[in-house]
Design a protein around this ligand. Structure first.
Ligand code: GMT
Length: 376
């Protein structure tokens, strides 16, 4: 099949998932056309049946706001005409689903029916989408999609609660490629970060407010008082400064390293002992899944879809949002003795395997076949 994929090409989970999905489909022989405003971060290396089409948005002085949606719709139309796409898969409702709808209408003028599938990832529904000014366009573009998927049962329920959706929503969760995310020999030595054999805690996010990164620092401070440890903060974003201010005010900066955006995330994860995710909401929590796949237990909140990912007392622990006291106690209970840590590591790995790409890819493929009426 010839499939167009539209996503945000940044380090965010939706772009990562869309890229990993496209690459896996290409490996199975499909022809994949990424249509994004810049090369997706995980789209590196060459695969013969993978194409990248850049959406370029003109910056005329007349435009106070560059018309991204229009440029995207126009690029979808061009790619579809030039490469005879069978299907378009857009990730994130706003504005990708509405641009897909616009492109579909234009293509009708050429007697082409381009079906499109919309995948809901989270903040397109829970934050951005819930802004009243977007309600009608979110309702409309979801209902006009030929099929809709959500990355967790929780996100499906949230979508149905807040919007007027007539379409069936298929739940197809995030996944990991165990070939890439696995416990691996790292080129780095653990002692680079923990010279005296300290435990290594790690957090990965885009440091948006919803991630509550200050809670990560507060938990770490409590753990570090009991068990000498180090904290690695991976990613970057708007809350980085306030996280750093919290470190300074607690006097623990020398035990915390900010590593910025990391492409070889799995190498650093493989050196770590415990992963922290303190979000106010996660539709799924891909970063936590990637950590578990590298054999790291996870301490997370019980917000949104995280309860579908983290099995309390097995792959890690769940807590109420903001309960840093309990999260620190749980972290210490896992790290305190080697036997417990090993058991949680093994459980985390087993839990991650439930979300292996081998199980999830056929679900997307079957949906593609259903929507297009094709069989290969
Ligand atoms: O978490 C982010 O800030 C990035 C965001 C995105 O839109 O790219 O991630 C969302 O989609 C991921 C992939 O489906 C999910 O694993 C994340 O949980 C979800 N983030 C939120 O719901 C906050």
């Amino acid at each position: 099949m010839r499939i167009g994929i539209v996503c945000y090409p940044t380090f965010g989970g939706s772009g990562v998932m869309a890229t990993e999905l496209g690459l896996a489909l290409a490996k199975k022989g499909h022809e994949i056309h990424f249509i994004t405003y810049k090369q997706p971060v995980r789209l590196n290396g060459f695969q013969p049946n993978v194409y990248f089409h850049e959406v370029s948005v003109p910056a005329y002085p007349l435009f106070d706001f560059p018309p991204y949606e229009t440029s995207l719709a126009s690029t979808i139309v061009n790619v579809s005409l030039n490469h005879q796409l069978d299907l378009l898969h857009v990730h994130y409702a706003i504005p990708h689903a509405s641009s897909a709808y616009f492109a579909k209408q234009i293509l009708r003028e050429y007697n082409i029916d381009l079906p499109f599938i919309t995948t809901l990832h989270g903040t397109d529904i829970t934050l951005v989408g819930r802004d009243k000014s977007y309600t009608h366009i979110v309702d409309f573009s979801i209902n006009q999609s030929d099929a809709v998927t959500a990355v967790s049962e929780n996100l499906k329920a949230e979508t149905l609660k807040h919007f007027c959706i007539q379409k069936d929503i298929h739940v197809i969760t995030n996944f990991i490629d165990p070939g890439r995310f696995r416990i691996r020999e790292s080129k780095l030595n653990k002692s680079v970060f923990a010279p005296n054999g300290e435990k290594i805690l790690v957090h990965v996010s885009n440091f948006r407010k919803v991630k509550r990164v200050e809670d990560v620092i507060k938990i770490f401070e409590k753990v570090n008082k009991v068990l000498p440890s180090k904290l690695l903060m991976i990613g970057d974003g708007p809350e980085r400064q306030s996280a750093e201010e919290t470190c300074r005010s607690l006097g623990i900066c020398s035990d915390i390293r900010y590593l910025g955006k990391q492409e070889q995330l799995e190498e650093i994860l493989s050196l770590s002992d415990l992963f922290l995710l303190t979000s106010e909401y996660e539709s799924f929590g891909l970063a936590a899944l990637e950590a578990m796949a590298c054999g790291i237990p996870i301490i997370t909140t019980n917000a949104g879809g995280l309860v579908e990912v983290n099995k309390d007392g097995y792959s890690g622990y769940l807590s109420d949002v903001g309960d840093v006291e309990k999260m620190a106690e749980d972290a210490i209970s896992i790290l305190n003795d080697e036997e417990t840590l090993l058991r949680f590591k093994q459980n985390a790995l087993a839990q991650a395997n439930l979300f292996s790409i081998d199980k999830l890819l056929p679900q997307y493929e079957n949906l593609y076949f259903e929507v297009t009426g094709k069989t290969s």
